[in-house]
Design a protein around this ligand. Structure first.
Ligand SMILES: Cc1cc2nc3c(=O)[nH]c(=O)nc-3n(C[C@H](O)[C@H](O)[C@H](O)COP(=O)(O)O)c2cc1C
Ligand code: SF4
Ligand code: SF4
Length: 300
């Protein structure tokens, strides 16, 4: 029997969505499906055509209740399918908060892809620690990751089976998402106004190398920032000396990797009441699903 092949087109600013994708890749490969993760970046160099694969996935972090701008650019670059042709795909998304309003983030992307012959049969949303707005505690980050590690393999199996799993519709969601897509041009302008504190910078070049848009240039005098910023936060999050000033969003800047393996003393989140009910619901629904899947495995 010929091996089935899957491709996941991924954009991940600071690694959270990538971690989810890796879980899917592992589960796919355990099921005998080879899985390729293609990283989206400026120029979309050597991007494989989905026509070469039996399964197709798309993964992104939610930005201002939308998919990042690069996801729409990517969708427009996919080969349009001919009459009678149809390609199914699944979506994986990660975000810092579990609000249902985040469901609207894929509406525009799904619409663009539909016009090109691609149809979404499943969407899965994983809550991962914020890389913007405020820093979750390491304890919360570790809990989110532990939940994802147990949930994603179950959901990857659902995807492999081709099960339909679309997230619930949000009334007037299109309008809400359309308004907030102001983020796309606004962040391009904002990115031009990034600054680096040269008294802190150690000249490691990590930010310049990491930028998926090639938007950062180190010069003899300091730094130059172009007009292609996606506000993915990779540069400021990953800077070892927290030397970035990210202009209008600087008050929301989060710096430094989370300890996803944290198992020490209980920690307090900086805003313990923020979306408290939504987080509680997310974790409780995830545990129910994991419990049901485990019980089913025992019976089978
Ligand atoms: C510019 C920006 C906007 C964001 N907007 C949202 C949002 O609307 N809702 C949300 O829950 N999280 C939001 N986040 C948080 C990220 O979605 C979250 O931390 C995600 O897991 C990051 O994934 P990544 O590491 O793959 O980039 C935002 C992050 C950034 C950088
Ligand atoms: S990552 Fe930070 S320390 Fe390294 S070059 Fe960039 S600004 Fe300087
Ligand atoms: S400048 Fe920073 S935030 Fe903007 S796209 Fe590059 S890495 Fe991402």
């Amino acid at each position: 029997m010929t091996e089935r092949k899957a491709i996941i087109y991924l954009f991940s600013g600071t690694g959270n969505t990538r971690k989810i994708c890796e879980l899917y890749k592992k589960e796919f490969e355990a099921a005998g499906v080879s899985a390729t993760i293609y990283d989206l970046k400026k120029g979309f160099e050597d991007m494989p055509s989905p026509k070469e694969f039996d399964m197709m996935g798309i993964a992104y972090p939610i930005h201002a209740f939308n998919a990042p701008h690069i996801m729409l650019e990517f969708a427009k670059r996919l080969p349009a399918l001919g009459k009678g042709e149809r390609k199914e795909y699944f979506i994986l998304k990660s975000s810092g908060e579990p609000l249902k309003i985040n469901n609207v983030s894929s509406y525009k992307l799904i619409g663009v892809l539909k016009r090109r012959g691609y149809h979404c049969f499943a969407e899965y949303h994983y809550v991962m620690p914020y890389n913007m707005i405020f820093r979750h505690s390491d304890e919360t980050a570790a809990r989110m990751w532990d939940t994802a590690k147990r949930l994603a393999p179950i959901e990857a199996k659902e995807v492999l089976s081709g099960a339909y799993h679309r997230l619930s519709r949000v009334p007037f969601g299109h309008i809400f998402a359309w308004i907030l897509r102001i983020e796309h041009p606004a962040m391009r302008v904002n990115g031009r106004h990034f600054k680096v504190d040269m008294t802190k910078c150690i000249g490691c070049g990590k930010c310049e190398r990491a930028c998926p848009m090639g938007n950062i240039k180190r010069t003899a005098e300091g730094f130059e920032f172009g007009g292609d910023c996606l506000m993915c936060a990779r540069c400021s999050f990953g800077c070892p000396t927290d030397a970035f000033d990210i202009a209008l969003l600087d008050g929301w800047r989060v710096n430094g990797a989370y300890d996803f393996a944290y198992s020490g003393e209980p920690q307090q989140d900086p805003h313990p009441k923020y979306c408290k009910r939504a987080y509680k619901r997310y974790f409780s629904e995830a545990e129910q699903k994991i419990l049901c899947a485990n019980a089913k495995n025992i019976v089978e």
